[in-house]
Structures are given as C-alpha cells and as structure tokens.
Write a protein that binds this ligand. Structure first.
Ligand SMILES: Cc1cc2nc3c(=O)[nH]c(=O)nc-3n(C[C@H](O)[C@H](O)[C@H](O)COP(=O)(O)OP(=O)(O)OC[C@H]3O[C@@H](n4cnc5c(N)ncnc54)[C@H](O)[C@@H]3O)c2cc1C
Length: 535
C-alpha cells in the first residue's frame, strides 16, 4: 500500500513537473496566493470577465498540491456549515436559501466549465446518498429530513429512500434506508484542479509554482524571490492559512484522510451495484464519505487524526496506520466484498475550519486584501462559488452573489463582517478560567452535524461530573501550558488519542456525543490514558 505521496489522485495522473517560480519582484492588478480551487477559480472568472487584467497566482508547491488535489471528489451543493448560523447574518433565512440555491447551481457550473474547457475530471452528477445502517441512524436521518423540510427543501432536493429503493441503487451491508439528494457530482479532484490550472494559464494568468509567500501586506505579497505588488492581494490558502504570519488562529487546519481500494472486479460491482455513481456517506457518528471512482475503485475518507499539535499541517499526505485501519474497517463493514481488492493507497490533507463553521468570502476595499475559505470539508463546489464571488468583489460589481446573504458588500458567502465576526480567533479570557486563544464559543460552535444534540445521559459525562459545553481546565503543579480538547464518546477519538504520536489530538464534533473537556496536562498523561474517558 502506498501512503502519502500527496494523494492517489495525483499518483494516478502523475505528479506534474513544476511550472516556473516567480523570477523576481513584479507588479500585477491582482495577486492571488494559493493555487487550489479557490485561487484558480478566482483567477479564472476574473480573467474571463476582464481579459486585460494582469493576474499573478503564487503557489508554494504546485497547483492542486493542497486539499484540491486530495479530496473525496464530492462536488456537493451542501452548505458548508449550519443554516441557522448563517441565518444570523442580516440576510436571515431568505439569504441562506439564496445561498443554497447558488450552491446547487454551482454543481452545474463546475460541469459546464469542465465541458467548455475540455477538463476531463470524470464528473458524473449522480446525486448523493446518506445511508442508515441502524435504527438510531435511521431515526436521525428522518430528523434530518424533517429539518430540511422545515427549511423548505422539497422532494426534488432531498427525499427518503426505503430499503428496497436504496438496494436498487446500492448494496450497503445492513442499510435500512437513505436520504437522496440529486445535487452532487463525483469527480477525480486532481484531474479537476489540473485542468483548471491549464485553463487559467491558457487564458494568460501567470501561475508561479514553488513560490511560497512569506507574508502578505496591503498591496504586497512577499516572497524570497521578491515582492509582487498589486492593488488586490487575495489569500486563498484555506487549510494552510495558519502557517501565514498573523493568521495562526484564522482557520483551524483540520485533517481528513482517505483510502482507496484496488480495482474491483465485475462480480464485486455486480453485488454492490452503484451504477449511478452517487457519492456516499452514512449517518454514523464517525464521519465517512465515499465515491465509486471512474477507474473502478472505492475511495473512502474520514477524519482519522483530525488535528495535529500546534496547528501542524502536512507530511506529504502520509496517514497513520491506525487511521488506515479505522477507514479500512468502515469500508469492509459497508462492503465486505472489497476485502479481495485490498487497499492500494492512503493519504490525507488539510482543510480549513472557522470557529463558527461558516465559510467566508471577504474583500476589504480599503486595503485591497481579500480571502475566501473555511469550507469545513465541503469546498469543492463552494470554492467555485467563492471564486466567482471574490472576482465580483474585486471588480466592484454588485451581483446576486455579492448580495447572497443580504449583508454588507464585504460579506458575501458566510458571515463576513456580520455579527459573528470573521477576524482571527481572538485571544481572550475564557469563562471558567480556560486558556487564552481557545474561547468558550468554540464548543458552542461545534455541533456534530446540524440538528444533533449532545446526549445528556452519557454515563462518562455523568461520572466525570461535567456538563456538555463546559470547558474545565485541569491545572497541575509544574505542568506545561499545553491544552487539549477532546471528546467523550464512541468513535475515532480513542484511536486518535492513542495513535496520535507526538500530536495533540483534538477530538471534535464528528465524534458525537459532543462533550468536550479542556485539560491542562502533560502529553505523556494523554498518551498513557489512551482513552477519552481518562484523558
Ligand atoms: C482528504 C480531504 C477530503 C475532502 N473531501 C471533500 C469533498 O469530497 N468535497 C468537498 O466539497 N470538499 C472536500 N474537501 C475540502 C476541499 O477539498 C477544500 O475545501 C478545497 O479543496 C479548498 O480549496 P482551496 O483552494 O481553498 O485550498 P487548497 O486546495 O488547500 O489550496 C491552497 C493552496 O495554497 C497553497 N499555499 C499555502 N500556503 C501558501 C503560501 N504561503 N504561499 C503560496 N501558496 C501557499 C497550498 O500549497 C495549496 O496548493 C476535502 C478535503 C480533504 C483534505
């Protein structure tokens, strides 16, 4: 099994030779930092709207090196975050519905550009299935459906499939029902980002690779080779943002990990079905996502070790053996027939999570600084919408996108400068005497999935005498000031703690019941404990 090496998707098409680096100081109309979907889509739409614009994209490694070349390939219309949180913006519920409509259209927009630009990313719009394999999961599915209905989603947007209807599409062991939405396509993510980079450079955008930006200031992106001066400098670095000076707490770098099987034979596919290529997730607490790939495999992801100590980023996509084992167990439990094909490759990547779980597009007209990101793991389509929005903001165009949430022009997608605030995570005192930098709202902003509530009866919580949402610092004499956020409950977090090596483990919302405790303890204590009940 290969591990890391960026991703299976890149290995399958071949890691590309580097484009030239920035040769020296230069000027442009717009400088974009980061060559993933966000940066490239922004460049694409800017250039199309105004071919005379001089646009420079600076990429630290190569276009698509980040999450854009490693993701699960879901081109999904799902809102990155919770509706009710977006609805706190002045646009309210109407603004959220508008944003959701734009996201649904975006799935088709990505397909349209692929066709127009000759990008073969294996895109198939087969919709998405969320299956339930237990009665509890089924109950949650139905609650989720009721929640969607309460927001106005009709049968055409999401519907329940009973077991017979589901079996007709896909055989998942133990499945009792599913939700189906047509607003999702599967794609080969590296093919998509590579094709997009080609389209962008063809249009005259200057894309410099192997050019890390060391810092950004109004009118300038600083690099070792020299500065790029531009009236607009756009930060499109999502999960890598924490490494930029001054941005350490802007977005939490969250890890997501994937495995892919060897090619399945015809008999295996006959028993599984999956002829319509829906993307697939389930309603278990431990998050998973999967697709049937164009080359006859199953690619499946989950969160594994979701947070690396000190907002650590990437190790060329290498995944811990425990995460591979966990994902393999999920795969085999859903599709026992995949044992034969084995696992060919495992990798991971970082995505960006804002503290309020709402994606943002932002441009400050006073400084010319802008950014987009924080898609919380649902950024493939959202980055296209964000790129179009950012392009409109740069051009000063008032458009349906820049008004999507009905807020001020700075706040297009997500909470912007609205009441939730979009700046860096504040370093401020925490109720209960917790540490600086992690605020109590962190917990409040970490629902497992919209609509899920903590289980007040969880025995470990009762035993520990804690209440959900309560940050409780444990102070011990001589302990270094290291803080851990972990969660009591079933799922991956035990493995995350035990298998985290020298990482701090931030068990989080996907591993509901979402009780969290803040601990001030030594790393060794955490490892010895090996279980969330003890840590
Ligand atoms: C394993 C995994 C699975 C996922 N699955 C899905 C999915 O199925 N569907 C979905 O919708 N979303 C998914 N996501 C999320 C989605 O991939 C991301 O939200 C999206 O790709 C973000 O695109 P981006 O361009 O903003 O960031 P990235 O693709 O991360 O691009 C940022 C780029 O900036 C560059 N960079 C960083 N720092 C600097 C610097 N200082 N100077 C210059 N360049 C720099 C990086 O090298 C990188 O190329 C997944 C993410 C991961 C990691």
């Amino acid at each position: 099994m290969r591990n890391g090496e960026v991703s299976y998707w890149w290995q399958a098409r071949g890691i590309p030779p580097r484009r030239p680096s920035l040769p020296g100081a230069t000027q442009a109309d717009v400088c974009i930092v980061g060559g993933g979907y966000t940066g490239l889509w922004t460049a694409y739409y800017l250039k199309r709207a105004d071919p005379g614009l001089g646009i420079v994209v600076l990429e630290a490694a190569f276009a698509g090196f980040g999450a854009s070349g490693r993701n699960g390939g879901w081109v999904t219309a799902a809102l990155p975050g919770s509706r009710s949180r977006y609805a706190r913006h002045p646009g309210g519920r109407k603004g959220v519905r508008e944003l959701e409509r734009h996201l649904r259209d975006t799935v088709d927009e990505v397909a349209r550009v692929c066709l127009a630009e000759g990008i073969d990313a294996g895109l198939v719009k087969g919709g998405t299935l969320t299956v339930a394999t237990t009665a509890a999961q089924d109950a949650r599915l139905r609650q989720r459906l009721a929640h969607d209905r309460s927001w106005g989603d009709e049968e055409g947007t999401v519907r329940y499939l009973n077991k017979t209807e589901l079996d007709d599409r896909l055989q998942v062991t133990g499945a009792v029902g599913a939700l189906y939405s047509p607003h999702c396509a599967r794609a080969q993510p590296a093919d998509l980002v590579a094709g997009l980079a080609e389209a962008v450079t063809r249009s005259g955008v200057l894309l410099y690779e192997a050019t890390p930006v060391t810092s950004i200031s109004p009118g300038r992106a600083h690099t070792a080779a020299g500065d790029v001066r531009a009236p607009f400098v756009l930060r499109c670095t999502e999960g890598f943002t924490a490494a930029m000076p001054g941005q350490r707490r802007t977005l939490l770098p969250m890890n997501s990990s994937m495995i892919i099987t060897g090619p399945l034979d015809d008999a295996a596919w006959k028993s599984i079905g999956w002829d319509r290529f829906e993307t697939l997730s389930d309603e278990a607490h431990a998050y998973m996502y999967a697709q049937r790939t164009a080359d006859g495999r199953i690619a499946l992801g989950g969160r594994g070790v979701p947070y690396r100590f000190g907002s650590g980023l990437d190790h060329d996509g290498a995944v811990s053996p425990s995460t591979v084992a966990q994902l393999g167990r999920i795969l085999r439990s859903m599709f026992p027939v995949t044992v034969e094909a084995g696992i060919d490759h495992a990798w991971c990547g970082v995505l960006g999570v804002p503290r309020d779980w709402c994606a943002t597009v932002m441009l400050d007209p006073r400084t010319g600084l802008g950014w987009a990101g924080g898609y919380t793991g649902q950024g493939v389509a959202a980055a296209n919408l964000a790129g179009r929005t950012l392009a409109d903001l740069v051009r000063g165009v008032s458009s349906p996108l820049t008004a999507a949430l009905g807020g001020p022009p700075l706040a297009a997608l997500g909470a912007g400068t609205g009441p939730l605030g979009r700046g860096p995570w504040p370093v401020r005192p925490v109720p209960h005497g917790g540490p600086p930098g992690i605020s109590r709202p962190l917990g409040a902003y970490l629902p497992a999935r919209p609509g899920r509530r903590p289980d007040l009866r969880h025995p470990r919580v009762a035993a520990a005498g804690e209440r959900p949402g309560c940050l409780t610092p444990r102070r011990g004499a001589g302990y270094p000031r290291l803080y851990y956020v972990c969660i009591l409950g079933e799922g991956f977090q035990t493995g995350s703690l035990a298998g985290s090596g020298n990482n701090c483990s931030c068990g989080y919302l996907d591993f509901s019941p979402a009780y969290f405790f803040l601990h001030n303890c030594r790393l060794g204590d955490l490892h010895r404990a090996g279980s969330p009940g003890h840590s």
